[in-house]
Design a protein around this ligand. Structure first.
Ligand SMILES: Cc1cc2nc3c(=O)[nH]c(=O)nc-3n(C[C@H](O)[C@H](O)[C@H](O)COP(=O)(O)O)c2cc1C
Ligand code: SF4
Ligand code: SF4
Length: 285
């Protein structure tokens, strides 16, 4: 910590022209030392509750301790193993946090190397925590769930972001800001610059005029259908590639000299339509 306080943070403070959020963890006791020591070097704190457990009263007490130690805004980080993410967000808000960061890594998970007959990395139980693209759908769901229930509470999205398109997805899901770590570790730190450069191009390609417009655009959700629809084939577009017949989990498609749908067997799952490379199917999704 001395190295951070004496060297890294003063340099960052001097050079950075943007707000600095410091991420700290983990226990209440750690915070009692870290927050006062770091207070002078940042504009806000992000605090991980990864190892605090799932008990909301304990989480509430941790947040209360932290927010009492600083006047800086505190953003609490949620882990995907928290069962009721909205209840978690409400507890951290009630105890003084200004917002939430969703999400931390997912786990425990296991990564194997079959050739070496061993676990590739991890703790003494062989367990490791997963980040990056694999957790993006989980992160999006948690961001959306919290923002839908608490529209005025700040939500910072994280988990699998690696492109400007991912940022747009997180903003549409309800994030007010985003973070990225794994992609920059795997592809290089200059990815931050690249994504910032790509963002205006991606916005234009998606017909958005600004980031503000993305944030203000409501995310449409599907209507639940109780009657299955069946795919309609545009035989003019179909190139008889056979993919739909091979993937249909209900064996409802047959290719003779054209694609034939057996609607008695079709469940209306939409898999064929989503995978047809010629966009020759419609009517389900
Ligand atoms: C190597 C590594 C170390 C991490 N250490 C921490 C940590 O100390 N505290 C924390 O809150 N999150 C930590 N995380 C989680 C990330 O901050 C982030 O929430 C998660 O990786 C999802 O974002 P990403 O997919 O962009 O990496 C770590 C992630 C990685 C990959
Ligand atoms: S996947 Fe599409 S293009 Fe291929 S056979 Fe089926 S309908 Fe035709
Ligand atoms: S909608 Fe699903 S069940 Fe119906 S034909 Fe397509 S893949 Fe098969």
């Amino acid at each position: 910590m001395k190295y951070w306080i004496n060297i890294i943070l003063p340099d960052l403070r001097k050079d950075l022209k943007i707000p600095l959020i410091l991420s700290v963890g983990y226990s209440k006791e750690d915070m009692e030392v870290l927050i006062p020591a770091l207070e002078g070097y940042c504009d806000a704190f992000e605090v991980s509750t990864h190892y605090v457990g799932k008990d909301l009263s304990q989480i509430g007490e941790t947040v209360r301790t932290i927010t009492a130690l600083t006047n800086k805004p505190v953003f609490m980080k949620i882990s995907p193993h928290i069962p009721d993410v909205v209840a978690f967000a409400k507890v951290v808000q009630e105890n003084g946090a200004k917002g939430i960061v969703a999400i931390n890594s997912l786990g425990p998970t296991l990564k194997l190397d079959a050739a070496k007959r061993r676990v590739l990395m991890g703790n003494e139980s062989g367990e490791v925590w997963t980040s990056g693209p694999a957790i993006k759908p989980v992160a999006l769901a948690i961001v959306n769930k919290i923002k839908t229930a608490m529209p005025n509470f700040t939500v910072i999205g994280a988990g699998g972001i690696e492109s400007a398109t991912d940022i747009v997805e997180f903003l549409l899901a309800g994030a007010d800001a985003v973070q990225m770590l794994s992609a920059a570790m795997l592809r290089g730190k200059d990815l931050y610059q690249k994504i910032l450069k790509d963002l205006p191009v991606v916005l234009t390609s998606l017909n958005f005029k600004s980031v503000k417009e993305v944030v203000e655009t409501p995310l449409q959700k599907g209507n639940v259908k109780y009657q299955p629809s069946h795919p309609v084939i545009d035989h003019g577009k179909c190139n008889l590639c056979g993919i739909c017949e091979r993937i249909c989990p209900y064996f409802a498609l047959e290719i003779t000299n054209r694609v034939v749908v057996n609607i008695q067997e079709c469940f209306g799952c939409g898999l064929c339509e989503s995978k047809c490379p010629a966009k020759a199917m419609s009517g389900v999704l």
